[in-house]
Structure formats: C-alpha cells, structure tokens
Design a protein around this ligand. Structure first.
Ligand SMILES: NC(=O)c1ccc[n+]([C@@H]2O[C@H](COP(=O)([O-])OP(=O)(O)OC[C@H]3O[C@@H](n4cnc5c(N)ncnc54)[C@H](O)[C@@H]3O)[C@@H](O)[C@H]2O)c1
Ligand SMILES: O=P(O)(O)OC[C@@H](O)[C@@H](O)[C@H](O)[C@H](O)CO
Length: 381
C-alpha cells in the first residue's frame, strides 16, 4: 500500500507520516525543501520522540520523498497512490492542486487503476479537504471531473498534536507531544473504506473540527498574541504568567459557551477538555515559540477561523466576547518581520488605521460591536 503525503514538515513527519507508516503504508513525502527531500530519500527513515520524561522514541521506516515542484513526478505518485494526505498549510493547497489534478487525469487514462482514492487534507481549517477539492476540480476537464466524482473522495478531517519548530542536529528527527487525535469524516468516504489504526471515523465532523479549532487553536493563538505583547518568546513562558493565562482561559470560556450551545456538549465535560488543553500548552518538555503559534495572523483573523468565527457566533447569542476581542487586538500587535502576513497587517495598520485593517481582514463592519471592542482593547494595549 502506498501513501503520498504532501508536506514533510513538523506535523507531516511527527504525526501523519508516523500513523501512515504504522498502518503499513510505504510513505512518500512530497516537499519543496530539497534538503529535506534528499535526507528522507537517502535515509528512508527518521525518528519521532515524545515530549515526556522518558523521551520515548520510535523509528518511522519505509519512507521516501519527492520534490513537490516536479509536477510530473508528483502526478505519477498521485496516480500510483492508495491514499493521499496533506499537511502543508491551508494557503498552500492551491499550489499542490496541479500535481493532484494531473495525477487524477493519469489514473483516469490508465483505466486499470479505477479504485477509490481518498485525499485527506490535515490542515487547521474548517473544510480543508473540501477546499483542496475545489482547487483540484478547477483544473479538471469535464471527463476528469466525472472520473473524480466516481472514484475520488475528499473527506474533511481534524488533526491535533502539538509539534513545535524543530532544532535538532538531525534535521529529520522530530519531537512531538504525546497526545494526538486524527478525526476523519466517514460520511465523505468510499462505502468500503479500510479503517486505519490511529484514526477516529465520525459521521459528522463539524463538532470535532470546531471544538478543536475553537479550543486548542483559539487558546493557543490568544496565548501567542497576548504572550507576544507581554514580551514572552514561548507559549510555556506566556502561560506561566497568570495574567496571560486568565485571558486564554477567558477566551476558552467564551468559545466554550458557543460550542456547548451549538453541539449540546456536556458543560462539565467541555470544561475538562479546556483544562486538559491548557495542560498540553504547558508541557515542560516542549518549547513552542509564540512566533510559530501566532504565525500567519491574517489567516487567524479571517472570518472562518479561530478568533472571528467563535466571536461572531457568541455575539449572535448575546454571549460575552471580551477575551476573544483581546486576542484580535493583540494579533494586531504581532509585529514579526519574517512573517509575511504580520508584515502586511502592520503595513495596513500604519497606512489605513487599525479599524480599517481589522475590518478588511475579519470581514466585520467597522461599526460592528465586536470590532469596536477589539479596537478599544488595541488602543489600551
Ligand atoms: N505543527 C502543529 O502543531 C500542527 C498541528 C496540527 C495541524 N497543523 C497543520 O498542519 C499544517 C502544516 O503545519 P506544520 O507545523 O507541519 O508546518 P511546517 O512548516 O513544519 O510544514 C509544512 C511543510 O510543507 C512544505 N511545503 C510547502 N509548500 C509545499 C508544496 N507546494 N508542496 C509540498 N510541500 C510543501 C514545507 O516545505 C514544509 O516542510 C498546517 O496547516 C498546520 O496548521 C500543525
Ligand atoms: O498551525 P496553525 O498556524 O494553524 O496554528 C498554530 C498552532 O496553534 C497549531 O499548529 C497547534 O500546535 C496544533 O493545531 C495542535 O494540534
């Protein structure tokens, strides 16, 4: 069984590649980092270390890699794959679509490989696989679309495992937190799919992806942005400050109320989920930089993402949004020169003012009370 995974980065090696390999797949990574590709191809294996006291290690074997810029090589790998997964960043999905589209066309022409193919985007976004499908379909002609309608499935998924930026002598070695969760929407899969160990299949992904994105990722980004404003360089140091922790906790109470109302979660169980996640953020064996967790602030401020969507849902229900607004305000202070989205945001704030910038990126009207609250907080920071 062959799996093609796009993105041999932190989560790609530290989580998805590991699960695929454990499930018996020969894993081919597609990445644009040639050094990484050479190392994976040369060695055919790498180690994953758990961030726990005993530093448990596992070797992931039977892996190789291809260069994601070589369209025909990627297409051939898609044509031969039994499963395709991605962890490249939601904004990169459009760039991997041409190789996938060409690979599907090759499958169609080959006739013999007319078996179902699942393509699963493992990105932090609502409907990641659906977004990838749109990019791919935009490149297919009518015949290829008909083929894809019949044989290709794009189930959405939610993935959860904290994998910081890696700084090891061995560039393939990856340290990960012990916890992991990979949930896939089975209602969007071929009826006779073969389940994989390490993956949870559900009929309705919405509660899972929203709970994950609006708890783990909302809490994480609020910690990163408020932590950055307070001068901390890591999430662990930021959360050790009670002031930062109380804003993060406040934001999670705000998203929690929305999630409990929307999905009927048990409030006590949801509170335990929040406490567990706060515990994961402060894992003493991990060092996670606020610049990684806060990366791409425009994506994080976008209407469907971890700050604005839960805040608007809360606002519609007359629920408090002060801490989420504080997170948005602090995102506007995230002035990181090697993050292109932070640079763009800062330049827009300088040129047009924070009201116009927030309105532009969040999609909220300048007079929207949530935006007004965020601007008020920004001016007080
Ligand atoms: N790191 C985490 O804790 C974590 C957890 C859950 C989900 N995610 C999600 O997984 C995705 C990847 O995150 P990450 O932390 O692993 O980032 P990363 O930067 O470590 O990895 C991304 C990889 O994609 C590669 N890439 C870029 N363009 C490519 C292309 N056109 N073709 C093939 N490869 C390409 C990069 O070279 C890089 O190796 C993001 O959507 C992120 O939100 C991350
Ligand atoms: O990957 P991003 O930029 O969407 O978010 C940064 C972190 O919050 C994220 O990578 C978490 O570590 C991860 O989602 C945990 O499952």
């Amino acid at each position: 069984m062959k799996a093609l995974h796009f993105g041999a980065g932190n989560i790609g090696r530290g989580f998805i590649g590991l699960i695929l390999s454990r499930a018996g797949y020969e894993v081919t990574f597609s990445d644009v980092n040639q050094e990484l590709v050479n190392a994976l191809r040369g060695r055919g294996e790498y180690t994953v270390e758990l961030a726990n006291e005993s530093k448990d290690q596992e070797t992931v074997t039977g892996v190789t890699a291809i260069n994601g810029r070589e369209l025909q090589t990627v297409a051939k790998a898609v044509a031969e794959a039994d499963l395709v997964t991605t962890a490249v960043g939601v904004g990169i999905l459009k760039h991997i679509a041409p190789g996938i589209a060409e690979g599907l066309e090759q499958r169609r022409r080959a006739g013999s490989i007319q078996k179902p193919l699942h393509i699963i985007a493992c990105e932090n976004a609502i409907g990641g696989s659906a977004q990838l499908k749109e990019h791919v379909y935009a490149l297919l002609d009518e015949q290829a679309r008909g083929f894809a309608d019949e044989y290709v499935y794009f189930p959405n998924s939610a993935v959860d495992r904290i994998v910081p930026i890696q700084n090891h002598e061995d560039m393939l070695h990856v340290q990960v937190e012990p916890f992991y969760e990979w949930v896939v929407d089975r209602s969007q899969m071929a009826p006779a799919f073969k389940p994989m160990d390490g993956v949870v299949y559900v009929d309705d992904l919405e509660p899972y992806i929203e709970r994950k994105l609006f708890t783990v990722n909302t809490g994480h980004c609020v910690a990163a942005y408020i932590g950055y404003v307070q001068g901390y360089d890591t999430i662990q140091k930021a959360i050790a400050d009670e002031k930062v922790k109380s804003v993060v906790y406040g934001a999670l109470q705000e998203t929690g109320q929305v999630l409990v109302k929307r999905f009927g979660f048990n409030p006590e169980e949801h509170e335990q989920y929040i406490v567990k996640i706060l515990g994961r953020f402060v894992n003493p064996y991990l060092t996670d930089e606020v610049t990684r967790v806060g990366r791409s602030p425009l994506r994080k401020l976008s209407p469907n993402d971890r700050l604005v969507r839960p805040a608007l849902l809360a606002y519609e229900e007359d629920m408090p949004v002060t801490h989420l607004a504080m997170g948005m305000a602090a995102a506007c202070k995230f002035d990181v020169s090697d993050d292109p989205e932070a640079v763009e945001l800062q330049s827009m704030i300088r040129e047009k003012g924070v009201e116009a910038a927030l309105s532009h990126y969040t999609g909220m009207d300048e007079n929207h009370p949530v935006l007004v609250e965020a601007v008020k907080q920004y001016k007080q920071m």
